[in-house]
Design a protein around this ligand. Structure first.
Ligand code: FAD
Length: 388
């Protein structure tokens, strides 16, 4: 089958769907080619956080704040309950060393307009009555929010399809060739799309798509394992993270001695509750190729950790475990914008652990760039050419 479209989007994860949605809104004809199933990549195996507190002051934080502002309007446009909630977030601080690092981090974030505070033990316990007695303090931001990525993707798919978007599942892109003034994208043997523009939104597989056009897109899979509990009533007011891992990125000397296994799996901590009452407990950051299995030992580590922070979790059952591949770029920041050497081809990938949060701001920006609108310069720091 041969199709003629304005834009071919490669990848049916949250980034591809969001970009396609904004392109359809601008009246472009769009097709998505997805190698397996919609949401079968990271977007279907992740937490649901629109977390601002973990973002480094700078473009990462500014874009996350802008993206969060877009969510309420987007949810209204798409209709239905997408699990969007602003429940706030806290980062637990265990000792004085972590406290000092977090105070300076929070100070920097405030300069960018993020509303975030440090709570003392008493104030923290009011919001988290079940937190372990030894916990010293926490940060608190009322703005941290969440959205159900699966429901969001379904709503984007429904809305873009109504606007005329076509989508092919089980359609891995195998070649991308220049044909005169446009591009020919082939998926399987029998499907060819001729188009003016291509958007690479292939998540952790974007490097392989780049190889088809002879361009290095330095993104690797960073596996994350999660434990999902049975549905229970909330045990605290907000979602929770640990300062140990966030502060250690800023000052590695504060990280306590860890086992070789903990280091190998890149153990970290996130503790969030979905709108349906299940807790999502994570997580790991592993260089494990594309092996999507979960390991009993890693899940046990994750559960021991949460029981240390919240002893009440000892009696809560894990009902499922999942793993997904965060698309991690070489410098940890997303890759967004045109590929200079391949006019008409754009990248929207490499959002690592922030793709849900950053999807609206990225999807809209890339759609604008494809349509020759928007402020390309603003996204220059995220352009692929920074790796040249
Ligand atoms: C454990 C975990 C927890 C996370 N928690 C959060 C969180 O709380 N908040 C947050 O903001 N982010 C979170 N993330 C990160 C977030 O999930 C990702 O950044 C985001 O889902 C990436 O979306 P994507 O569309 O770029 O990639 P993906 O969802 O992986 O989609 C890429 C798609 O491209 C397809 N594809 C690949 N190659 C081809 C090809 N050749 N042809 C056609 N199709 C192709 C794949 O099949 C896939 O469906 C988490 C991730 C993990 C793993």
């Amino acid at each position: 089958m041969k199709l003629n479209k304005d834009v071919c989007v490669i990848g049916g994860g949250i980034m591809g769907l969001m970009t396609a949605y904004y392109l359809c809104k601008r009246g472009r004809s769009v097709v998505i080619l997805e190698k397996s199933e919609i949401g079968s990549g990271a977007s279907g195996a992740c937490d649901d956080m629109i977390l601002l507190q973990s973002k480094k002051p700078g473009i990462a934080l500014t874009l996350a704040m802008e993206s969060l502002e877009m969510f309420p309007g987007l949810c209204d446009e798409l209709g239905g309950d997408l699990g969007f909630e602003t429940r706030g977030g806290m980062i637990l601080i265990e000792d004085e060393k972590q406290l000092r690092v977090m105070e300076s981090f929070v100070g920097e974030q405030r300069k960018y307009g993020l509303k975030v505070d440090i709570l003392d033990r008493a104030a923290m316990r009011k919001k988290q009555p079940h937190v372990a007695d030894y916990m010293l303090a926490s940060t608190y931001s009322a703005t941290d929010s969440q959205v159900d990525p699966l429901r969001l993707m379904r709503a984007l798919l429904r809305s873009a399809t109504k606007k005329g978007m076509e989508i092919f599942r089980g359609a891995p892109v195998v070649s991308i060739e220049r044909l005169g003034d446009h591009w020919a994208v082939a998926a399987r043997d029998d499907l060819m799309v001729e188009c003016d523009f291509v958007v690479v939104a292939a998540g952790a597989w974007s490097r392989q798509v780049g190889e088809l056009i002879g361009v290095n897109i330095p993104i690797i899979p960073l596996k994350g394992q999660l434990a999902i509990t049975e549905q229970i009533a909330p045990i605290g007011e907000t979602n929770v993270w640990s300062a140990m891992y966030i502060a250690a990125k800023l000052d590695p000397t504060i990280m306590p001695e860890r086992s070789e296994y903990d280091k190998k799996i890149g153990l970290s901590f996130s503790f969030t509750q979905t709108s349906t009452g299940n807790y999502l407990i994570g997580s790991t950051r592993e260089h494990a190729g594309y092996d999507k299995s979960t390991a009993f030992e890693a899940i046990q580590k994750i559960m021991n950790q949460v029981r240390g922070f919240f002893p009440v979790m000892d009696s809560v059952n894990v009902i499922r475990t999942i793993a997904g591949f965060r698309p991690a770029s070489e410098d940890g920041s997303p890759i967004v914008g045109p590929i200079d050497q391949r006019p008409g081809i754009f990248v929207a990938a490499g959002h690592e652990g922030d793709g849900v949060a950053l999807a609206p701001v990225t999807g809209k920006a890339v759609a604008d760039m494809v349509c020759g609108k928007g402020d390309r310069l603003r996204f220059d720091p995220l352009n692929l050419r920074r790796f040249a």
